[in-house]
Design a protein around this ligand. Sequence first.
Ligand code: GAL
Length: 956
Amino acid sequence: MSIPSPTTAYVEDVSPGSGALPPRARYASSNARSLALNGSWRFRLSQTADAEDDSFAEEGYDAGGWAEVTVPGHWVLQGHGSPVYTNHLYPFPVDPPRVPTENPTGDHLRVFDLPGDWPADGGAVLRFDGVESCARVWLNGTDIGEFKGSRLPHEFAVGHLLKPTGNVLAVRVHQWSAGSYLEDQDQWWLPGIFRDVTLLHRPPGGVLDFFVHASYDHASGTGTLRVDSDVDGRVTVPALGIDTVTGETVTVPVEPWSAERPRLYDGVLATGGERVPLRVGFRTVALVDGRIEVNGRAVLFKGVNRHEWHPERGRALDLETMREDVLLMKRHNVNAVRTSHYPPHPAFLDLCDELGLWVVDECDLETHGFTEQGWRDNPVDDDRWTPALLDRAARMVERDKNHPSVVIWSLGNEAGTGRGLTAMAEWIRGRDSSRLLHYEGDPDCRDTDMYSRMYADHAEVERIGRGLDGGTGKRRELPFILCEYAHAMGNGPGGLADYQRLFETYGRLQGGFVWEWIDHGIADERYGYAYGGDFGEELHDGNFVCDGLLFPDRRPSPGLIEFKKVVEPVAIERDGAGGTVRITNKYDFTDLSALAFTWSYEVEGETAATGALSVPPLAPGESAEVKLPEPPEAAGAGEAHWTVRARLAADAPWAPKDHVVAWGQFTASARRVPSVPPTARPVPGSGTLTLGPAVFDARTGALRTIGGVDVTGLRLDVWRATTDNDDGAAWQSDVRYGPLWRRLGLHRVRHRLDAVEPAGDALTVRTRVAPAARDLGLSTVYRWTSDGERVRLTVSVRPEGDWTVPLPRLGIRFGLSGADRVRWYGGGPGEAYPDSRTASSVARRQSTVDDLQTPYVRPQENGARADVRWAELGGLRVEGDPEFSLTARRWTTEQLDAATHRTDLVPGDTVWVNLDHAHHGLGSQSCGPGPLPRYHLRAEPARFSFVFSTVPRRGT
Ligand code: GAL
C-alpha cells in the first residue's frame, strides 16, 4: 500500500505550486544569452508518485542505465506507457484534489555545461513552457520548486545555483495531480515536458515584465503607444519616428493592425541591460452598441478551434508545424482561431501577429467531468481553488498580453459556473482593459462581453440573431458568437453555408469557430491512425477525438475545402441570366486591390477561353455589377459555364500570387440530356436475353455484360456506411438516423424478384426491395432500352408502407473488374453531399479509384462526386439523366461499414460503383444538429436513368 508521503504532498495540493517567479511578458528573443535545454534527457518511469526517492536529483547520480526521451515530448508517445483518451470523463475517481495511487511519474535528468562565453554577471532564469501535469524541479541538488498548469509557463531564478560545467537539472513529472481536475479538456492525456525548456541569462538591468499598449483611433488615423515596464528604458519605433521612454504616451499617424492586414512595426525596448525587439500592432478592440468592434468596425469571425496536435509528437509542436497551421488557415480563408482549450505554444501567437489571425486566447481550465455529478464540488465554485484559477489567468494574460492578434481572453471551457470564474474575470479586467472577455458556460453571461454558445442549431441561431431567443438581462445586449459549431467529425460538417447565411444576415451574429481544426489521430502501425480505445484504455471515447477539418497528417479534409468556399471574402454571384456578375467585398477592413479577377468560359467542362476581368477596388461591404465578355464565338456547342475567380495579384506572406481566394461558377448554356431512341428489341439466347450491347440473365433479368464488359450485382442501393454524423452522439435526444436506419434494417434489405418482362422494345424487371421484419418496402422497376449502341436503364422507385424516415441514399450499385482510372464530367475535385457542396465545381476531371477515397480515420461513407454528367471507368461509360453522384471503391459498402480503421479496408478485385440519384445530407449530429429538413432524402416516388456504353479501357 502506498500512503501519500509528505515529499509528494504537493501533487494533491490545490495550490498552483511554489518557488516560481511571478508571470511576465514573453518575448521571443533579446540580446541576452539563452541556452535551449531541449534534446535528449535521461528518463525513468515509475508507477507511483513516490516510488523513487529524490536522490536522482543529486550531483553525481549515475543515470547511465536509464532510458532516454526527447524533450519537448510526451513519454507515452516515446514507448513508455500509453496515451489515454477521454472526452469529458475524468479517467480517475472524482475525489478532488486526490488522485490515484497509480500515478505514472517520469523522472527526467539532464546535465549541461554553460557556454564558455556565458556572462559571469547577472542572474539566470530557468523557463518551462509546458509540462503536463505537475513538476518538481531540482538544480544541482537544490529543490527549486514545483508547479502545475500544464500549458502555462513557469520560470525559476537559478543564477545562484549555476556552475560553468556539470549542472544537473532534475525534473520529476507526475501524470496526475490536483491540477488534472482543472485540465479535463476533450483530448488525449499526455504527460511529459512537452514544450521548451530554456535557461535565460538575466543581465543586470535586464527587462522584467513589460506591457505594450498600442491602440488605434480610426477617426484620426493615429496610433497611441505606451510601453509600461518594470525596469525603466527607452522605446524606439524607427518607422514611426518614435523615440521615447517607458511610461510615456506617444500618438502618431499609423497603419492599424488587423487580421486582414497585419501591419506590425518593429521597435526596441532598451533598458540598462537588455534590448528586447518589439513588434507593435496598433488596434483597438471594443464593445460598441452590442457589437465586437476592432478599429471602429464590426468583425465577423470565420474561425476554427485549434488544439495543438501532431500525429507523432502529440502536443509537442515544432515551429514548422505551427507555421503550417497558420498558412493552411490563411489559405482557406480562416480569419480567426480560438486556442481551444489552453494558451498555445507562444510561437504560434507570433505567427498570428505576423500573418494575421484574430485570436481568442483561452485559459488552461476545464472541469467538464463535474457535469456527471450536477457540478457538485466543481473547483471553479470552491474558494480553495481560486488561487489556482487566478494563477492560471495571470500566467496566460501576462505571457500573451503583447500580441496584437489576441483580441479576446477566454476564461476556459466547460467549467460550469462559479465564483472562481468571476474572480478570474475581475482580475483580467483589472489588468488589461484593452480586450474583451469570453466564456461560454454561463447562460447569464455574468463574466463575459459576448453571448457565446456551442452547437446551437440554425433555427436557434436565427432566433438569437433576431433577438427572439428569450435571453434576459445583460445577455440580451450582447453580441453573439458560436465558439463551437459544425462538428467536423468524419464526413462533414454539413450545413456550413446555412450558418454563414445567418451570420451575414444578422448583425448581432459575429460568426463562429468550427469544431475543430485537426483530427487527433496518433500514427500507429496497427491502425494507420489510432484513436480512443486503441491503447486498451478502460474508459474512452473512441474516435470522438478525430473531429477536425484536417486529417492527422494535415491534409485538408473536404470539410475544410467547403469552409474555404463558404467563408470566402468576396462573393461572386449572378442574379439573372444576363451577362454580368455581382461582386461583393466581404472583407471587414480591406478593399479588393490585392486581388486580380479572371474569367473562363468552359464548354462541356473544357476551358475554351479565359481572360482578365476588371473589377473596381470595392471598399468593404460594397458591391458592383461587372460585365462579362461575349461568349467566345469558336467555343463550340454543348453545356457551357462561366467561372470567375479572384486571385492574389501578388505574392502574399501566406500564399503565392495567383492563389484563388474566391470563385463563382454560372451556367452559360444548359446541358442536353442524352436521348436513346429505343430501336433494339430483347433477343432471347440460351439462358440469356440480349438487348443492344447488353446481355442479361433470362431468368432473373440481372445484367451480365455491356459490350463485353462484365457487370456484377447491379441493383438498387439505399445503404451507406453510416457517417459519424449519421450515427450521432449517444446523448442526443433528437432522432439519430444512423441507428434508426439500422433498426429498420436498411443495411440488410433483400431484393425480391417479381417479374422479368421482355416485351416490345424494352426489358422490364420488377422487384420489391425491403428489410426483414418490416412491412416497409420500395417497389423498384428496372426498365432497359437500347438504340443498338447504348443501353438505357430507367429505375422507378415507389415507397410502400409508412416511410417516416429518410433514406441514406438512393441509386444503383454494381461491380466492375479491372477498373482503375476514372474520368468524369461533373462536380469535383473533391466529394460533395447535399449540405456540403458549395466547393464542388463542374469540370472535366480524372482520378483513380484509390484517389477517389477520402481517408476518414474511422472509415465511413465518403468520396461521392456530385452532379456527374458522365463518367468512364473500367471500360464503361455512364451518362446520367439527370446528373448523378459517383462513388467507386475496391471494397463494398458493407466492408466499409464494418471497418473501424483504415487498415481494415483490404482492396478486392472488384471495383464497386455507386451511381446515386440522391443522398441524405450530412449535418453535424456527432455533436450538433442533424441535417436541415431540406437536405433530407425523403422516401418518395423517384425515377432516374443512366445510359451505358463502352469505351476503350485507358490503362484500365
Ligand atoms: C465541446 C467541447 C470540445 C469538444 C467538443 C466535441 O463540448 O468544448 O472540447 O469536446 O464539444 O468534440
